[in-house]
Write a protein that binds this ligand. Sequence first.
Ligand code: SF4
Ligand code: SF4
Length: 585
Amino acid sequence: MKRLLSGNQAVARGAWEAGCNVAAAYPGTPSTEILENINRYPEIYTEWAVNEKVALEVVAGACFTGARALTAMKHVGVNVAADPMFTMAYSGVTGGLVIVTADDPGMWSSQDEQDNRHYGRHAKIPVLEPSDSNEAKLFTILAFDISEKFDTPVLLRLTTRICHSVTIVEFGKRKEHKIKGYVKDIKKRLVLPAHARIRHRIVEKRLIRLSRYSDIFPYNKIEWGKKSLGIITSGISYQYAKEIFPDASFLKLSFTYPVPIKLIRKFARQVKRLVVIEEGDPILENEIKVLGIKVTGKDKIPLCGELTPKVIRDSLKRPYKRTKKPLRAPARPPVLCPGCPHRGVFYVINKLKLTATGDIGCYTLGALPPLNAMDTCICMGASVTNAHGMEKALGAEFSQKTVAVLGDSTFYHSGITGLVNAVYNKGNLNLFILDNHTTAMTGHQPHPGTGRLAKGEAGKRVPPEDIVKGAGVEFVKIINPDSLKEVEEAIKQALAFDGVTVLIFRKPCALLTKPKPPFRIDPELCNGCRLCLRLGCPAISLTFPKEKKRPLAVIDQGLCVGCGLCVQMCPRKAIVLSKEKENGK
Ligand code: SF4
Ligand code: SF4
């Protein structure tokens, strides 16, 4: 059977066919749908972990019992998981262990565009790179096999285009993987220095064997065309390069660390000009140059941003006849949804001219105009620690004008440790947890604060306020963010308190609640003062009616969810319930 699948769906299918027993992940674009799709297979135990390090440690434990286990994360998630990943290279696995990294060249939804193929070399683990969904499925299965054969975790590297593009996938059957059971082996798994020194030698020997295997790996293959131009490429870049240079010879690499040395030499010997086309850093290029082979690469192909056929064509000056004028979609910057429970808090932060250290998630959007309510955003959990560091540098007075803002899911991911640190170190942190009761940005995955588990069943709820109080915070308040007045009062109280304060603004995500009747703007009362626009609700805009001398605000009835926040902004009480509702229709 064949089906059209995205790369993420294909990885999930591959995990299922490979007999994967356990999977854990923390959501992050572009990797989120991998666990969401694995979740649909009842044979695989799945869980949303609180962060990527935890997810990897969970699947590591599973693989120690002989289970086949997988974790998936976005590229920056691997930074969080790097600690156990490097050690896993030493301890090895028992059942197969696959770590999927979904890189984001072009930074479509990320804070950087790191190339995680570096992690292969750095952690000394093999890297596989599929170039379409079918390979994503196939390589997931192969990754489990390689992991067990060589006793190592395997890094399966995808990029946004592979994760989210759909191509045809050939389905196979599930090969059940019997879990052998745990057998104690402390020399392997207890990496205290005496054991680790021995394991390091094993890792180096394993790399030599992996390098030989890379030479015979069937998906590292030469496709002969004209020998005037030879292209070495991997991943999605292979598809683009094929489109631009259909006549060239190709060495398509899929096992990209360690590189297949013999195969590269064989290919290079037979082509006149050698070009490496790879997205991100010159990783293959440098490996090839080390072999003493002359090659064109990043001197022509851009280092920054996502590659496209056009970028490759332009950088290598391939002549091109344009047949049609390309269509351009209008730019659509991201905004907080209409009725978003975070909006009022950001509005008040801006109004009070506070310094706000921000975090990753929907709340990053609070940085955009007109809210302009965010000063920093580094990584998950750094809102808390950045604010604490600023206070330690500038003194307690600074903290009376500073707040750290993060979401509920991020609080569990890595906000907790920063909070404990601030309490312990006598900080004056003011932490705002914007609790919308979900992981909203990645598609509403559950977390410990929701009490729901990955497959939808009820779990044990771990309320953030209990954790906060348990950490020793004395000033803890739960506020419904619907009332701007109450939000402002609570913030002022928190800022005046000496010590760590936590305000939990709790209201479910607007996308999870039934909309209330919409509001409209009475054109007779509105004087176009624009105050309601300061909220940045996408449902409100300004019009310039010909018959009126002044502008007029309008509310899009299809977008408004009736949150009532803008009603509190209007000094002329011009924002009223829609007529149909008033008439009881
Ligand atoms: S009530 Fe106002 S702020 Fe709320 S969704 Fe409607 S227009 Fe936007
Ligand atoms: S705040 Fe009121 S008066 Fe001012 S533009 Fe908005 S609806 Fe009109």
